[in-house]
Design a protein around this ligand. Structure first.
Ligand code: ADP
Ligand code: ASP
Ligand code: MG
Length: 491
């Protein structure tokens, strides 16, 4: 049956329109066989409701870390190509185990590794990006009435080598597949029942949000909230695909990541997050003249080190020398120190000092654009706990402070309290019981019309636009080709 918007729609025997759902289950949701059986039951139930279901699986909890340790035991500096081959086996195992569990429950299922699912990547090992997806094998299996399982976090590069997508990369596999296959919904199942105002494992009165917009989720992810991997959010935002984050072993509705709506701007701050993965490097008393900062950052860029917060003060009158500090991910600390020590002589700096006992705490909210006094409230909340701020950085919808690592969780709780995030703002609560999957429409009655999508999204072979604007820069709004939320989702 061809719909008015040109898309092909399937009608099940019972006369309901079938939607295509991509479900992703994270490591903690598939940590042992019993949990994998539970996940299998959940996927089968969705299929029995009349949907076509593609399931993306992460490695069993702790497995990727175990494989990294194993590789490092074999070689202190494992070759990236071999390391990726090893790491990809985590998802290979969970995916095949899922298929076996489904089969023992009498379900027709086929599992695919990343390359078998047509996922090709670009970029370096261990942080490759999905460049192209040819989902034809998946489509064929779905058409035969099978459930399809895909190993997350991996693909094949142009040399035919296995690559991995970076930690948390199964989220990206799921979102990319959902886009490539024009899925109706992408569901991310995890060990929490949605996106909270802050990490619920750090702050016991964190509140689950019904909805969060892409921009806010993007900031939270980039600033340390690992619940969603950042590139998956970026992709979903650029293609306007809604994501439903929910608990793997609970029927409760979760949080919808979707486009911004005016109610989200009513409160200035909607989330707090922190990152312990930070280190600061300071070049002491470098010359305050054109080209010095550029030279320092060129050296970091050439080594593919991502620099985050940068602070340089104006030199005092007559001095013409100043300190320049910047932060890098903690794992890059030793390498960056070495590079900067090499550069210090060339720049006639007085020395280089570093500190990896730091953390970054951030507040995020689209409402910051039109509320005054947010920064002072944040600094006051930290001050009242005796927490000193050593660096500050802001964007339109976030403020981040670098503080001592030992105070990070205290700072999160103080900020959560100061901005009263445990209280649901008026008008934010969404009518109970919405379910983005409930798109079934009796056959014969036309489903609500959806605007045609951009041409790229209708292709069977599909290319993700080249990445990527630096993630801390607010990304452009999704274009008009973006689809609306599924009918029934709150506006
Ligand atoms: P998975 O294994 O399913 O991929 P992750 O461990 O990657 O799950 O992400 C889930 C975790 O993210 C939660 O257990 C929680 O501790 C953490 N988290 C951090 N910030 C948030 C937040 N704002 N809302 C919900 N969870 C968060
Ligand atoms: N197994 C990988 C990791 O632990 C990918 C994922 O779980 O998303 O990072
Ligand atoms: Mg994850």
């Amino acid at each position: 049956m061809r719909r008015r918007d040109g898309r092909q729609t399937r009608v099940a025997a019972h006369g309901f329109i079938m939607s295509l759902i991509v479900q992703k289950y994270g490591g903690s949701s598939v940590a042992d066989l019993e949990l994998i059986r539970g996940v299998a039951r959940k996927a089968i139930a969705a299929k029995n409701e009349g949907h076509r279901v593609v399931v993306v699986l992460s490695a069993m909890k702790g497995e990727t870390d175990r494989l990294i340790r194993l590789a490092r035991t074999a070689s202190p500096d494992p070759a990236p190509r071999e390391l990726d081959s090893i790491l990809s086996t985590g998802e290979q195992i969970s995916c095949a185990l899922f298929a076996l569990c489904c089969q023992t429950m009498g379900e027709k299922v086929k599992s695919f590794l990343g390359f078998q699912a047509g996922i090709t990547t670009v970029g370096p090992h261990s942080k490759a990006r999905i460049g192209n997806i040819d989902p034809s094998r998946i489509t064929t299996e779905l058409a035969k009435g099978r459930l399809v399982a895909v190993a997350g976090f991996q693909g094949l590069d142009r040399n035919g080598d296995i690559t991995t997508l970076g930690r948390g990369g199964s989220d990206t596999t799921a979102v990319a597949l959902a886009i490539a296959m024009s899925a109706d919904m992408c569901e991310i199942y995890t060990d929490v029942d949605g996106i909270y105002t802050t990490d619920p494992n750090v702050c016991s009165n964190a509140r689950r949000m019904d909805r969060i917009c892409y921009e806010e989720m993007l900031e939270l992810s980039s600033l340390g909230a690992k619940v969603m991997e950042i590139r998956s959010v970026e992709l979903a935002m650029n293609h306007g695909i809604p994501i439903h984050v929910r608990h793997a072993h609970s029927p409760r509705k979760g949080t919808l990541i979707c486009r911004e709506d005016p109610s989200m701007e009513r409160t200035p701050v909607r989330g707090v997050t922190h990152s312990m993965n930070e280190a600061r490097i300071t070049l002491l008393r470098v010359k305050d003249e054109p080209g010095v900062a550029a030279r320092i950052l060129q050296v970091a860029a050439k080594a593919e080190i991502v620099v985050d917060v940068i602070v340089q003060n104006k030199s005092t009158e007559g001095e013409m020398r100043t300190d320049l500090s910047f932060t890098v991910p903690a794992q890059e600390f030793p390498r960056t120190m070495e590079l900067m020590q090499g550069l210090a002589g060339e720049l006639q700096a007085e020395g280089v000092v570093g500190d990896d006992e730091i953390a970054k705490v951030s507040i995020v909210g689209v409402g910051m654009r039109n509320h005054a006094g947010v920064a002072s409230k944040m600094f006051q909340a930290l001050a009242s706990e005796g927490i000193n701020i050593s660096m500050i950085t802001t964007s339109e919808i976030k403020i981040s402070c670098i503080i001592e690592k030992k105070y990070a969780e205290l700072a999160v709780r103080a900020l959560h309290d100061a901005f009263e995030l445990s209280k649901a703002p008026e008008g934010e609560t969404v009518s109970a019981g919405w379910d983005p999957r409930r798109r079934k429409t009796p056959a014969g009655k036309a489903p609500p019309r959806r605007p045609a999508r951009g041409p790229g999204l209708r292709q069977t072979r599909w290319r993700i636009p080249p990445p990527s604007v630096p993630v801390s820069v607010p990304l452009p709004h999704p274009s008009s080709s973006v689809r609306p939320l599924a009918p029934g989702t709150p506006k």
